[in-house]
Design a protein around this ligand. Structure first.
Ligand code: AMP
Length: 401
């Protein structure tokens, strides 16, 4: 069975074609600058050179058409015809309270996604555009939606409600939803496999530390709390997002600086985080390099980030009555030994310590805690596309055979 995984952003489209017999990736790629000047498709057949394809790519339908042509191209394609694609899985950011699991796309599901656009105005519209584009070109191929929010639907009410009037939740759905669910689910399951125990016996804290960053407490296989909230702005200090702040700050800034609500939104989403703190960059590679050369604000941004992560780990250990494993994933979590070391420095009271030699590795799956640690620490590269492909296979297998 061949499954195409599609992840549409407002001006981008990432894809991977999986052969689900062995879960291998046949090709992957990225369409960039959709609807803008200089749009390009970078197609990467596995084991072969990257193929850059430039064209005017006005919308997601044209992007999907180009992707399918590339996949079945006589020279750099990986299938003889697009008929070989059995199912398509889409990353969908917001499933609100309606979807606690992946779902076969139907007109009713599309209508619900449209309704949730209010909750994810930047993310759900391109996800819907991608689904419509695939339906237009491959109308008989089943499509599945895999939601960033679904894994967190197990959170209890006491964890997902905010201390504001209950009516805001009932009337407008204002509550914690959480994001990066597919990643937290994947790495926690891998951690359980590496420990050799069942998820139902474990308390795991997963730290997805990339440009966007979130932490999740997973008890007995279920997300019981997570740091992102109503939107992906809450929680950890991120590349350009502020994370947790006193909610009195936005109106204060609006009055002081004459900012509009949209300007405050941009300020907190795009100009804050470690970028705002350092005044230098949102990329931790730049910050680490600058800190090494004595840039104090770069070091300060790193310190604030590491401190926030450590604080969340401590609070989630309390929320679960203990912890068996801590997992680091995503760009920073997978690739920065220094950040992992700084975060864990002070967690010894939990019964864990980082093994410096093991921690020196980058981007590979491994345990980095000292042998015999009560609490194990892992680095596990995330693979959200594989989760999407697996869910799509499970849902579509009975339909395509
Ligand atoms: P992601 O959003 O998961 O792609 O992660 C991107 C972020 O990971 C970048 O902005 C960097 O801050 C960070 N990152 C990636 N590689 C490294 C590295 N080798 N050292 C430190 N940070 C890294």
């Amino acid at each position: 069975m061949k499954v195409l995984v599609v992840n549409c952003g407002s001006s981008s489209l990432k894809y991977q074609l999986f052969n689900m017999e062995d879960e291998s990736v046949l090709a992957k790629g990225l369409v960039d600058r959709i609807g803008l000047d200089g749009s390009v498709l970078n197609h990467q057949p596995t084991g072969k050179p990257k193929v850059p394809l430039t064209a005017e790519i006005k919308n997601h339908t044209i992007a999907i058409k180009m992707v399918l042509e590339a996949l079945a191209h006589p020279e750099y394609g990986v299938v003889s015809s697009i008929e070989e694609i059995d199912a398509i899985g889409h990353r969908v950011v917001h499933g609100a309270e309606k979807f606690s699991d992946s779902v076969l796309i139907s007109p009713a599901v599309l209508a619900a996604l449209d309704e949730f656009t209010e909750l994810a105005p930047l993310h759900n519209p391109p996800n819907i555009a991608g689904i419509n584009a695939c339906a237009e070109i491959l109308p008989s191929v089943p499509q599945v939606g895999v939601f960033d929010t679904a894994f967190h639907q197990t959170m209890p009410k006491h964890a997902f409600l905010y201390g504001i009037p209950y009516e805001a939740y009932k009337k407008y759905g204002v509550r914690r939803y959480g994001f990066h669910g597919t990643s937290h689910k994947y790495v926690s399951q891998r951690a359980a496999e590496m420990i050799g125990d069942h998820m139902s016996n474990l308390r795991i804290i997963t730290c997805h530390l990339g440009n966007g960053a979130s932490i999740t407490a997973i008890k007995n296989g279920k997300s019981i709390d997570t740091s992102m909230g109503f939107t992906p702005l809450e929680g950890l200090v991120m590349g350009t997002r502020c994370g947790d702040i006193d909610p009195a700050i936005p109106p204060y800034l609006m009055r002081k600086e004459g900012m509009t609500p949209d300007e405050v939104d941009t300020y907190l989403n795009k100009k804050s985080g470690v970028l705002g703190l350092s005044g230098l960059s949102s990329d931790f590679r730049d910050l680490e390099e600058a800190a090494d050369k004595g840039n104090e604000r770069a070091q300060l941004a790193i310190d604030v980030f590491a401190y926030t992560v450590r604080k969340y780990i401590g609070s989630y250990a309390a929320a679960m009555g203990g912890v068996d494993a801590i997992v680091f994933t995503a760009g920073l979590g997978e690739n920065s030994p220094r950040m992992r070391d700084q975060i864990c420095n002070g967690l010894e009271f939990l019964g864990t310590r980082v093994d410096a030699a093991k921690n020196a590795g980058r981007g590979k799956e491994q345990e980095i805690s000292v042998d015999g640690s009560k609490v194990k620490i892992f680095v596990i590269p995330t693979n959200e596309e594989l989760v999407i492909a697996r869910d799509t296979k499970t849902i579509c297998l009975p339909l395509v055979k």
